[in-house]
Design a binder for this molecule. Structure first.
Ligand code: NAD
Length: 478
């Protein structure tokens, strides 16, 4: 199977003749060939978005919301196919693909449809004049997404972007292109006006960078690694493109002695290892108050060892495969580094699985203790099934350790003392904190990070703000 780009309402072959082989992470089998789109393909996609823009940007928000609903309806029909493709492409458990990926992809379109329908024009009265603020589209957008939540994150960008009247070119991760292709099939089937959504496949160095640097691109919404984000920011800067960067994380789970022990174990396990720890929000450094450290550690190890690792398509599976051989090597590198840095591996390693999975990328969840909070393993983003445990006694010392990383995306605090939880939240350098929960998402709230975890916010009205330009009109009274 060879994937095609989607440009101006047509599935078109790429022109470079170069391909990437997309492998099933669980088995190592080939899924499809992914085109590496070149400058001609990218330019065609951008021109298609440019041609569609004048008409699409004149639609009323209500008319565009109707299209978002149509996309949501079509994706809902394709719900099971989304889940199956996502599991095959990413190696994640099918239960997760259904409950998180497929669900959220539909929900994103519905949510933004409703939000856009309810938009109101803001007015500011002066004694002798009225100001009103209109939100105009930005223009032509590049939407670039990573492999860990493929359609979930792509739909999170596409829905508000086109909902606000922009036209776009999408560039999904070359490692997980299948549900982006499905989204193009969906928009094709419902007859969305040609050119509103275009898609070019390819890698970052060739296709992605061509897209970002093109002078006809007005804005870039990028989700991915911090190093890539910095390259995207440099390339976008020379032409003053509007930019949203959702980047890496090294998030803390903070466990106080007064927490609800059982709920906290479940929450910290989920936060550490959901999607094999490959979620930017995962809590990969766990700070535990001294008096419960040993008990908590032992229960955590038991809970993690009880998780079922294996066939992503089995409903009972808790943990699937890692995205690629390269990513597996990265996790192995950090596991070895943890030992070099003085840590002890309490559990984890290569699991024993049936023969069908011998060429897949597998790693059972790793828990490390005894590392200094200064160690690389405790501060760098690993983005896999590996967490480090740390003991704390005092809140002041805890805050220093938690903030001692270049990242600032998310975190969770586990305590029955909600005042303490709220107070501590404010001292943490991060974009999001959950208290006694994790990844509990309300789509209306701001999403994004500080420090090296990103620039800007998406989510709810923040997405509408990013995907539009606010223009003020001041009318002097008679
Ligand atoms: P990545 O940075 O390697 O790639 C992300 C996307 O950027 C891919 O589509 C890739 O092809 C493209 N790309 C690569 N180089 C490019 C360039 N020079 N110009 C333009 N595009 C380029 O990231 P990844 O490995 O796919 O994803 C994992 C990372 O994403 C982790 O760091 C994770 O924390 C982060 N992430 C962040 C969030 C968030 O919301 N903050 C969400 C999910 C993942």
């Amino acid at each position: 199977m060879q994937l095609m780009n989607y440009i101006n309402g047509n599935f078109c072959p790429q022109t470079s003749g170069k391909w990437i082989t997309n492998l099933n992470p669980a088995t190592g089998e080939e899924i499809c060939k992914v085109p590496i789109s070149n400058s001609k393909d990218v330019k065609e996609a951008i021109n298609s978005a440019k041609n569609a823009y004048p008409n699409w940007s004149k639609y009323t928000p209500h008319e565009r919301a109707i299209w978002l609903d149509k996309i949501a309806d079509k994706l809902e029909e394709m719900f099971e196919e989304i889940a199956q493709l996502e599991s095959m492409d990413t190696g994640k458990p099918i239960s997760l693909s259904r409950n998180v990926d497929a669900n959220r992809s539909v929900a994103n379109f519905r949510f933004f449809s409703e939000l856009i329908r309810g938009m109101e024009i803001e007015e500011f009265e002066m004694k002798d004049a009225t100001n009103y603020v209109i939100q105009k589209p930005n223009g032509i957008g590049a939407l670039i997404t990573p492999w860990n939540l493929p359609l979930y994150l792509l739909s999170w960008k596409v829905a508000p972007a086109i909902g606000m009247g922009n036209t776009v070119v999408c560039k999904p991760s070359e490692l997980t292109p299948m549900t982006a292709d499905l989204l193009m099939r969906a928009v094709d089937e419902i007859g969305l006006p040609a050119g509103v959504i275009n898609l070019v496949h390819g890698n970052g160095i060739e296709t992605g960078s061509l897209l970002v640097e093109d002078s006809d691109i007005d804005f870039v919404s990028f989700t991915g690694g911090t190093v890539t984000g910095s390259k995207v920011a440099s390339s976008a800067a020379s032409t003053f493109k509007k930019l949203s960067l959702e980047l890496g994380g090294k998030n803390s789970s903070i466990v106080f002695a007064d927490c609800d022990f059982e709920k906290t174990i479940a929450g910290v396990v989920r936060s550490g290892f959901l999607n094999q720890g490959q979620i930017c929000l995962c809590g990969s450094r766990i700070f535990i108050e001294e008096e419960i450290y040993e008990d908590f550690k032992n229960r955590l190890i038991n809970a993690v060892e009880e998780m079922k690792i294996g066939d992503p398509l089995d409903e009972e599976t808790d943990l699937g495969a890692l995205i690629s051989k390269e990513h597996l090597s990265k996790i192995e590198y950090y596991a070895n580094l943890a030992i070099e840095e003085g840590g002890t591996l309490l559990t984890g390693g290569v699991p024993c699985l049936p023969k069908a999975f011998e060429n897949g990328n597998w790693m059972a969840p790793i828990i490390v203790e005894g590392l200094s909070p200064e160690s690389r393993c405790s501060k760098e983003e690993i983005f896999g099934p590996m967490v480090t445990l740390h003991i704390f006694k005092e809140e002041s010392e805890l805050i220093k350790m938690v903030n001692n990383t270049r990242y600032g995306l998310a975190g969770s605090i586990w305590t029955k003392d909600l005042d303490k939880g709220r107070r501590l939240s404010e001292s943490i350098e991060t974009g999001m904190i959950w208290i006694n929960t994790w990844l509990h998402r309300d789509l209306r709230v701001p999403f994004g990070g500080v420090k090296d975890s990103g620039v800007g916010r998406e989510g709810g009205k923040w997405s509408l703000g990013f995907f539009s330009e606010a223009m003020n009109v001041c009318v002097k009274h008679e």
